[in-house]
Write a protein that binds this ligand. Structure first.
Ligand code: NAD
Length: 488
């Protein structure tokens, strides 16, 4: 009804420094209540065309600014987001289903830091120079921004991952057209309101909202967008690669994972257990770096399992805006069904579900009965070939299995199509180095998880991606290099 629709939050595209309404809209749900609360533009070719045009028009001026000028603008934007941190955190929690605590302590602080980090790192790059004395020549490299960057981000860490792309892209002097996930568009829209105040010239950052198949593909296929940075699923990345192939675009693809934790008999369980609970269930298990295969050496297997399950049961599921809640709502009804179906499949195959889905009962507050909630779930005695051990589930579900030798566990850990991240737990220094070297993963954390230095490369091997992002890697991705030879 009209009365009802008046209460909805209605987003608009941000093109050429102005908010622009769209001719059609998509419903966006509050995952913790199941209600439609927001309408997101359903952009297509026309909107993307307008956004690319304004990004192209802004490029000559933005790219000719000095790194220091761009750096100051990025820092100002970071300050403005930080000033509104609480409002951003509330919005992210409502839109995504994640807990307010996670949004306050992880998502929004990191979005702020992404701008500060690239505002700083852009000041410190140097290019190369070599000499060829016998030829009377020296060579040097110069780097220049590429043009209009197309940025596509997922729903699990909305502003965090979007700013991880926008910040390096514009720090390097590119202009951008970004498309956040249609399921989590609100914080990107809020950020648009701060761009002018931060001093970002019109057209440098354009955001078109909408679905992947409509707005996303229009961006991927646009001939004036020479580079695409994408974070999302491996399946979508395959489609993007195919669609962009005729244009020979430069692609950075950050994709899914099926990340192992390898826990040896000599692991310090007082550190390992709480960290592995976090690595399995943080953000409802909806982080590409989440652990979903836990290999425990035989000698500590039963003790680990007993303690791990006891602790998992303490994780409180409920209203995301309650600061004592550890697990919020999953992103959508469809996604919740998909995650649940994996637990059913495991049971059908003879695995044991030790806690969570189908085993314990979930008591939800009155207002959250229709939300997309699920208990942290631990599955044991599941075969390596099972889809639960091979496919990315992307929910609060983790599998625990036993192993005997180092050689064996390396082989089993590597026998999935993905290669994003891994954790290794042991107090034997030689062993952690040996195992880390042999794991097929872009990131290996030993005796910790998710400790990131943004200076160093981030990204996956195998089906987990192509390319890396980080201080130097993002700089290289978002610039074009040229080698110049001078004869003297
Ligand atoms: P998704 O692939 O469904 O969507 C990601 C984005 O791509 C969305 O904005 C979507 O609208 C868009 N999209 C979908 N189809 C498209 C198309 N044909 N053309 C252009 N754009 C299209 O992924 P998701 O479900 O939003 O996110 C979850 C996935 O992201 C998981 O697989 C997770 O592991 C992965 N992820 C990876 C990283 C990483 O850094 N490696 C980080 C977070 C999430």
């Amino acid at each position: 009804t009209m009365a009802h629709s008046k209460a909805l939050l209605v987003l608009e595209n941000f093109i050429g420094g102005k908010f622009v309404p769209c001719s059609s809209y998509i419903d966006s749900y509050n995952p913790s209540t199941g209600d439609v609360y927001c309408r997101v533009p359903d952009s297509g070719k026309e909107e993307v065309e307008a956004a690319v045009r304004s990004a192209k028009a802004a490029f000559p001026i933005w790219s000719s600014k000095s790194p220091l000028e761009r750096s100051q603008i990025l820092n100002k934007l970071a300050d403005l987001i930080e000033h509104d941190l609480e409002a951003f955190a509330q919005a992210e929690s409502k839109d995504q289903g994640k807990t307010i605590t996670f949004a306050r302590t992880v998502d929004i602080p990191r979005a702020v830091y992404n701008f500060r980090f690239f505002a700083s790192s852009i000041l410190h790059h140097t290019t190369e120079c070599t000499e060829m004395a016998t030829m009377g020549c020296m060579h040097y490299t110069s780097r220049a921004p590429v043009g209009v960057a197309g940025l596509i981000s997922p729903w699990n860490l909305p502003l965090y991952l979007l700013t991880w792309k926008i910040a390096p892209a514009i720090a390097c002097g590119n202009t951008v057209v970004a498309k956040p996930s249609e399921m989590t568009s609100v914080t990107a829209w809020m950020m648009c309101k701060l761009l002018e105040k931060a001093g970002v010239p019109h057209g440098v950052v354009n955001i078109v909202f909408g679905t992947g198949t409509k707005a996303g593909e229009a961006l991927i296929c646009h001939p004036d967008v020479p580079l695409i940075s994408f974070t999302g699923s491996t399946l979508t990345a395959q489609r993007i690669t195919e669609k962009s192939a005729p244009h020979c675009k430069r692609l950075s693809l950050e994709l899914g994972g099926k990340n192992p934790a390898i826990i040896f008999n000599d692991a310090d369980l007082t550190q390992c257990i709480p960290t592995t609970l976090r690595s399995s269930f943080a953000n409802q298990g909806e982080i590409c770096l989440c652990t979903s295969r836990i290999f425990v050496q035989r000698g500590i297997y039963s003790e680990f399992l007993k303690r791990f399950v006891a602790e998992a049961k303490k994780w409180k599921v409920g209203n995301p805006s309650d600061p004592t809640v550890n697990v919020g709502a999953l992103i959508s009804k469809e996604h919740l069904e998909k995650v649940r179906s994996y637990v059913k499949k495991a049971q059908a195959e003879g695995a044991r579900v030790l806690c969570g889905e189908g085993v314990d009962s979930l008591a939800l507050p009155t207002g959250n009965q229709k939300g997309y909630f699920m208990l942290p779930t631990v599955i044991a005695e599941v075969k390596d070939e099972s889809c639960c051990m091979q496919e990315e589930i992307f929910g609060p579900v983790t599998c625990v299995v036993a192993f005997d030798t180092e050689e064996e566990v390396i082989e089993r850990a590597n026998s999935v199509k993905y290669g994003l991240a891994a954790t290794v737990w042991s107090s034997n220094v030689g062993r952690v180095h040996r195992v880390a070297q042999r794991l097929q993963a872009g990131l290996v954390w030993t005796n910790c998880w998710l400790v990131r230095d943004l200076n160093l490369p981030f990204g996956g091997m195998k089906a987990s991606g192509i390319g890396r992002e980080g201080a130097k890697d993002s700089y290289e991705f978002f610039t074009e290099v040229k080698t110049i030879t001078i004869k003297h």
